[in-house]
Design a protein around this ligand. Structure first.
Ligand code: AMP
Length: 116
C-alpha cells in the first residue's frame, strides 16, 4: 500500500488521470468527481507542499503564481474566461481538504451558486 496521497501517485504515474495541461512544474487534469461542466485540478509537481498555508519559499510562491497563469490559460482554452469561473484552494480540516498535496480547483461552465 502506497503511503503517498492520490495526487502524488498520479504524479508518479501509478494512477491515471485525464491531463489537460503539463509543463516542468505543473500538472492539470480533470477532477474525477466534477462539480460543474468544467472542473480541473491544477497541482505543482513538487511534492511535500500540503496546502497553500505551507507555501513558504520564494520558489514555492513562484509556483503558485505560475499556477494562476495556467488557470488563466485553461479558462481561455475551456472557454470559461468570459463567462466566469471559480479558482479555489482548500487548506486544512475546516475547508474539507481531502488530498494533502497543494491544489487549485478551476470550476466553471455553469452558474456556480454561493460559496458554502
Ligand atoms: P480537496 O477536497 O480540495 O482536497 O479536493 C480533492 C479533489 O480531488 C476532489 O474534488 C476529488 O474529486 C479529486 N480527486 C480525487 N481523486 C482523484 C483522481 N484520481 N483523479 C482526479 N481527481 C481526483
Amino acid at each position: 500500500m502506497s503511503t503517498q496521497n492520490v495526487f502524488e501517485r498520479i504524479l508518479d504515474g501509478e494512477i491515471p488521470c485525464d491531463t489537460v495541461f503539463e509543463n516542468d512544474d505543473i500538472l492539470a487534469f480533470r477532477d474525477i468527481a466534477p462539480q460543474a461542466p468544467v472542473h480541473i485540478v491544477i497541482i505543482p509537481k513538487k511534492k511535500g507542499i500540503v496546502s497553500i498555508q505551507e507555501v513558504a519559499s520564494d520558489d514555492e510562491m513562484a509556483i503558485v503564481v505560475k499556477i494562476i497563469a495556467v488557470a488563466q490559460q485553461l479558462a481561455r482554452d475551456f472557454r470559461i474566461d468570459k463567462t466566469g469561473y471559480r479558482l479555489l484552494t482548500n487548506a486544512g480540516l475546516n475547508s474539507g481538504q481531502e488530498v494533502l498535496h497543494l491544489h487549485f480547483h478551476l470550476i466553471g461552465g455553469a452558474p456556480l451558486g454561493p460559496l458554502a
